[in-house]
Design a protein around this ligand. Sequence first.
Ligand SMILES: Nc1ncnc2c1ncn2[C@@H]1O[C@H](COP(=O)(O)OP(=O)(O)O)[C@@H](O)[C@H]1O
Ligand SMILES: [Mg+2]
Length: 270
Amino acid sequence: MIERSARVIAVASGKGGAGKTNVSVNLAVALSRLGRRTMLVDCDVGLANANILLGMEGGRTLADLTRSSAQLADIACQGPGGVMLVPGHSGLGLGGGLCADARATLAAAFRPYAGDVDDVIVDTGGGMAGESLSLVSASDMILIVLAAEPTAFMDAYAVLKGLAVRHDCSRFAVVTNRVRGEADGRALFDRFRNVVEQFLPVHLDHLGSIPEDPYLRDAVLTKRCCVEAFPSAPASAAFGRLARKVAEADMPMLPGGHIFFGMEAHHGAH
Ligand SMILES: Nc1ncnc2c1ncn2[C@@H]1O[C@H](COP(=O)(O)OP(=O)(O)O)[C@@H](O)[C@H]1O
Ligand SMILES: [Mg+2]
């Protein structure tokens, strides 16, 4: 029986473009730099691109775990700061849509790492697909990326509602992205929380803001993550603060064998 140390943090948003992949990748590298054993798993089934931001294209992906006899160690690769990247595969259904055999294979692949990792950051595709929501709900922390755009606000609300109503999720962490500064981000969060808590029985915590930063866009264009390419850029400093918040977050680990492909070794697995 493996004791689970890995805390699973799913990064979600209402729609594409909110900044999920940039938050996932930069947060994972920043956590790794803090000395935490960090795994970044790309579960975006639409556009699996976390590897591109780490300059690690090609190679095997999550799909190889279910399609061949590859082990997690065969597909995972080491990125900046020592982060362990598990590349995703666009078009692969992960979560509720996988057959029992495939889920069991993934569970068996991840379970040996349950005690060897501190944080598992899961980049997701966002949106309301049932499969995506069930994947997000099977995590210890749901990190919603709320971008400073009017449409992003309602889309984030819709996803949060889906998670609360269909999956009984009651606690969410929010990072506000593409804001002008901390005060601006805090105001955006307060508006969001007022709407959400008025209609849904949930609790929201603000973990901070990432500013709109041209350095982040430049980093993307050169296929690097911002914290690596421009360590002193405003966004990089913000990712450093976010990583410390996440590292310190009180995150009650959810019990149950369903957590992230069965990372919870509840079935006497070894
Ligand atoms: N804080 C930011 N500052 C500037 N540009 C940003 C920021 N966050 C995201 N972007 C821009 O938005 C694009 C989409 O971000 P991405 O992380 O891929 O979103 P998602 O994964 O939610 O679809 C990035 O390539 C970048 O150009
Ligand atoms: Mg993405």
